[in-house]
Design a protein around this ligand. Sequence first.
Ligand SMILES: [Zn+2]
Length: 245
Amino acid sequence: MRWPNLKKWPAVMGLGLLGLLAAIFVHLGWVYPINAALQVPAAQVHPLPAALEQWQDPQEQGDYFDQIKVTRVGYLVWSQFPVKVYAQPTPKSLPLIQEKWPQAVDQAIQAWQAYLPLEVTTDPNQADISISAVDPTQRSQGRIRSAETRFKLYVNDQQQLSHRCTIQVRANQTETYIEAAIRHELGHALGIWGHSQLKTDALYFSQVRTPAPISARDMNTLKRVYQQPTRLGWPVQSSDSPSAP
Ligand SMILES: [Zn+2]
């Protein structure tokens, strides 16, 4: 979990919303026809996805919502379902995980699919979330710890402020750890932008000998995240149209 795209933002905040929007495109390195009349949408709450609406925790095991960081676009909530997930096919250059990879990916995706509609896509260009394996011996692939998730912002073809996540998992781990790492990172990508302090949660901040499945506390936290406002999934506004000051 990192906030690479947001670090540069404070410097441009003084330029106001237009500067903010421009910064998004600049960071993405996109040549996007920036319409000077576009404004970043206000943060609003989306309807709760059905499966989260139905989620109940009769034992009231609590949550770690206070550990969730708010990004400058608000909470990292998805509003169009299913969320499309692409996983790199078996990485042939990584013999260590060649056989374990597809199953670890499937298991991790299935674990979250029970709570939020996810769809596996074979087209990386269609993906909201991309999962790939990183060879730790290749310096060119960068140094990551066990795994990490990043997000980028863009404006989709419906003119909504949107995000895409990339998950990278280090390849020199056992299948159990790879699956647990993907499950953990998917939790970040689906909106849990923070960590639990309890080993019994999938989003515990550290790797443990016996990785936890998705817990009631993970779900309670996710449900609260999806009840929060976000700028994501709302149309970028034209300043020509009437809007609140
Ligand atoms: Zn994490």
